[in-house]
Write a protein that binds this ligand. Structure first.
Ligand SMILES: Cc1ncc(COP(=O)(O)O)c(C=O)c1O
Length: 397
């Protein structure tokens, strides 16, 4: 009889891609998934009223974490929808009001923001892409020029998902406010990683996503301090004040609130743990793989992300080797029909395309350990050697 293969322990170093649902979050959601508490928040009977109260409590909790009013919190289907609503919704409202139909976004934004800016362009507006320097910081002169020209929105992400670059959000928000321009920040990778209360900052819009911090996939929020500046992208009922119609994801909203509260409460402890693991990984990997380099190392980085380029080691092939060894991480590059497209973030930071296409991202959670780091350091030199040999063979060298 064949014995089943023993399950390989997976070293999960891809928390910037997604996280498992936390036990506390699942427990908070559970009562709203089944009998007794399954009401539609728009129903007037007692089941509906209980669901409404749960959604409004979740809204109050998120508002408290971010330092805004409960009425500023709009639930969405995730970070992508929140980014679309922020960028496209603001641009469309500006066009309707006869203000500039233009948005300025940084070159290293997530595709949810960049593609929304491109959608503005396709609709006849303007998308200004703001360059970044070699440490990933957005060029303040370019920001100044865009604000002077007049745009409906300035959008710069708080923490970059591929490299972990942290932007000077208070300063950018201040400059935008001085130019009377709404400011949006994608905080999907920021909540729970860097302090994110915006109580005393002139930030008009901020996006969150649940599945990056222990809530399920498919729930997020847009913090919108002024609804007048947003045109809805979806049309339907009057939910979320008509800005985001559709029956509310009641368990999702409860889960997002629970996860956001935990993430904020554990911020300092998470930072200490992840920074220690990241620094240890980088120190040991650079010692083992001589010509590797840490991207964005000279800049301000969030503690949970490490992006490393290894000359000659195609990222997609390297990821496969690491996966075979039970290590789950990712590349910044999107994979298009099997060929690695160099990351737009790394190329915007000045990396040559061949080095950008030879980069891997390790992202940590508070549940990772030094054993996880040791496993990567053990596996990596052999994996890199194999990938380089493979690439050389393919190129006929
Ligand atoms: C910075 C950033 N913004 C937006 C998103 C999209 O969020 P969601 O997966 O909830 O649509 C992600 C997810 O990868 C992200 O990292």
């Amino acid at each position: 009889m064949n014995t089943p293969p023993t399950a390989q322990r997976v070293v999960y170093l891809d928390s910037a891609a997604t996280t498992p649902v936390r036990r506390e979050v699942r427990e908070a959601m559970e009562p709203f998934l089944s009998e007794g508490n399954f009401g539609n928040p728009s129903s007037t009977h007692r089941l509906g009223r209980a669901a409404r109260e749960a959604v409004e409590q979740a809204r109050r909790r998120i508002a408290e974490v971010i330092g805004v009013e409960p009425g500023d919190v709009l639930f969405t289907s995730g970070g992508t929808e929140a980014d679309n609503l922020a960028v496209l919704g603001t641009a469309l409202a500006a066009r309707s009001a006869g203000r500039p139909f233009a948005v300025a976004v940084s070159a290293i934004e997530h595709k949810a923001v960049l593609a929304s800016a491109k959608a503005v362009e396709r609709l006849g507006g303007e998308a200004i892409i703001l360059p970044v320097g070699d440490t990933g910081q957005v060029d303040l002169d370019a920001v100044g020029a865009a604000l002077e020209q007049g745009v409906a929105l300035l959008s710069v992400m708080w923490v970059n998902n591929e490299v972990g670059i942290v932007q000077d959000i208070p300063e950018l928000a201040r400059r935008a406010a001085a130019a009377n321009t709404p400011f949006h920040t994608d905080a999907v990778q920021a909540l729970g990683k860097v302090p994110c209360s915006i109580a005393d900052q002139p930030i008009s819009l901020l996006c969150l996503s649940g599945h990056k911090m222990g809530a399920p996939k498919g729930i997020g929020a847009l913090i919108a301090r002024s609804r007048q500046m947003l045109e809805p992208l979806l049309h339907g009922g009057g939910q979320e004040l008509g800005i985001r119609p559709g029956t509310e994801n009641v368990p999702g909203a409860i889960g997002l609130a629970a996860a956001a509260q935990l993430a904020a409460a554990e911020l300092d402890a998470t930072a200490v743990t992840t920074r220690q693991l990241r620094d240890e990984l980088e120190r040991r990997l650079l010692a083992e793989v001589g010509d590797a380099q840490v991207n964005g190392a000279g800049g301000t980085r969030a503690p949970h992300v490490s992006n490393i380029s290894i000359p000659g080691a195609n990222s997609e092939t390297l990821l496969m080797q690491l996966d075979l060894a039970g290590i789950a991480c990712s590349s910044g590059a999107a994979c298009d029909t099997g060929s690695a497209i160099p990351s737009h973030v790394l190329t915007a930071m000045g990396l040559p395309p061949e080095l950008a296409a030879a980069s891997v991202r390790f992202s940590f959670s508070k549940d990772n350990t030094l054993d996880d780091v040791a496993r990567v350091v053990e596996v990596m030199p052999h994996a890199v050697e194999r990938v380089r040999k493979l690439s050389a063979a393919l190129e006929g060298r």
